[in-house]
Design a binder for this molecule. Structure first.
Ligand code: EPU
Length: 418
């Protein structure tokens, strides 16, 4: 198993390119289940989670090829509707196959995802949606079992905003009879991306990107060809913070300014200089990092997936910052590790009170989840001395060669075997 070593203190400068979005490509892969034939996607990141979804689709009978960011998913011979525990337990997003399997086969057996490092994460809204569409749902031996000869379009009011819940029900209802209306739908750009691709496949979806999505059911979908996956907004934000944190000057290329508005807003308040350039964002950090308060919210609010990274920035800011997590109550595992590097963080309910310190000092640390690992890499960039981050497999689930990309813009960062 690898660990990452970062020797802090270097200013980051230069150009860095953002990869395709993990949380966009996973539902797109699940969408292929609804088609019969060969789907192709470009700009697909080489990530552990993408490989896990590919494994799952292979178990369902798909043929998968991946080379240089091009992914092909051939669903001609799909013949299985069981998503086994062994795979679902390693990646919760596997649950995204529940809706499309039910729509395509009229039945599915998908392992229930269990506990998670960032909170409880139930899937009751996914099940509620499927049940309103007419699926019969049973929980047996740790699996959700659905049966539904033909799903029927209905009005589905979500009790809370859920990203994969909205995606799963959208995936289920595109082949339903009649019209489905999702109320309180998630507005995340990855939901919009899924609607765009489903429409390319022949679906009739309107309103994605707002909280009301209307889906007119169609009889069949056809494969999509050459869709270019949208850039990862969380990777974009992570580079933006890396620049602000190191008084750097990064030109972040192949990203969408419009998808990172909340991060831009906070970094401007912090004192960074930000400009929108053609196809990218330039972020210049200033000598003084001002503290700001942050509350995570559904899109277009400040993303929970950036909470750990901004905490690293606040840990060396001037003054006091209150960071409130409203999406996942237990998403504070990184605070203990940041404290080991000298950060002054206290947890009060679902808030972290961060008192900026003049510097962090390198230490051996352990990643607990994907975004926590990113926050520790960032902390290592700013810290005095060497930081060691163990359990790097968390990072590799969702960042494509983050260490290599940071190295090209001046970071002293490398991998070693544990
Ligand atoms: N929730 C329920 N019931 C449900 C579904 C969700 O109570 O049926 C709760 C969750 O427990 C949470 C809140 O609703 O408190 C929002 O969860 P959501 O369903 O939106 O999260 P998700 O779809 O499971 C996706 C991303 C996460 C990201 C969240 C929030 C994917 C594959 N995952 O998860 O990404 O944090 O939305 O934006 O899209 C990551 O990339 O590191 C990551 C965790």
């Amino acid at each position: 198993m690898d660990k990452i070593i970062v020797e802090g203190g270097n200013r980051l400068e230069g150009e860095v390119t953002v990869s395709g979005a993990k949380n966009a490509v996973l539902p797109l892969m699940a969408a292929c289940i609804l088609t019969e034939g060969r789907n192709t996607f470009m700009n697909v990141p080489d990530l552990a989670d993408v490989r896990t979804m590919a494994k799952l689709l292979k178990i369902l009978g798909a043929e998968i090829y991946y080379e240089n960011g091009e992914l092909s998913v051939d669903t001609t011979h799909l013949n299985n509707w069981i998503a086994p525990y062994e795979l679902v337990k390693t990646m919760r997003a596997s649950v995204l196959v529940l809706g499309p399997l039910t729509a395509r086969f009229g039945c599915s057996r998908v392992s229930l995802p269990g506990g998670c490092a960032i909170g409880e994460r139930p899937i009751d809204q996914h099940l509620k949606g499927l049940s309103i569409l007419g699926a019969n749902i049973q929980i047996e031996e740790g699996y959700v079992e659905t049966t539904a000869p033909k799903l029927q379009g209905k009005i589905i009011p979500f009790d809370i905003s859920t990203v994969t819940g909205t995606e799963n029900i959208m995936l289920a209802s595109v082949l339903a009879e009649g019209e489905t209306v999702l109320l309180n739908a998630a507005c995340e750009p990855e939901v919009t991306e899924l609607a765009v691709v489903l429409n390319k496949m022949g679906a009739k979806i309107q309103g994605a990107g707002t909280d009301i999505i209307t889906i007119r059911g169609v009889d069949r979908l056809h494969p999509v060809e050459g869709h270019e996956v949208m850039p990862d907004r969380i990777e974009t934000g992570t580079f933006m913070i890396a620049s602000a944190l190191t008084q750097g000057d990064l030109l972040i290329k192949k990203c969408r300014f419009e998808n990172v508005g909340a991060i831009v807003g906070k970094l401007l308040e912090v004192g960074a200089e930000i400009s929108r350039v053609d196809g990218g964002i330039r972020v210049r950090g200033s000598d003084r990092i001002k503290s700001v308060d942050i509350t995570t919210l559904p899109y277009p609010g400040f993303p929970t997936d950036m909470q750990a990274q901004i905490m690293t920035l606040m840990s060396i800011a001037d003054g006091l910052s209150v960071i409130t997590e409203t999406i996942f109550q237990q998403r504070f595992m990184h605070t203990g590790e940041l404290r080991r590097m000298g950060a002054d963080v206290k947890l009060v309910g679902n808030s972290a009170v961060v008192r900026g310190v003049p510097y962090l000092s390198g230490a051996p640390t352990m990643a607990s989840d994907l975004r926590a690992s990113a926050s520790l890499v960032l902390a290592g960039l700013a810290a005095q001395g060497k930081t060691q981050i163990s359990r790097v497999y968390h990072l590799d689930r969702g960042y494509e060669r983050l260490d290599k990309k940071l190295e090209t813009v001046g970071a002293r960062i490398w991998r070693e075997e544990e």
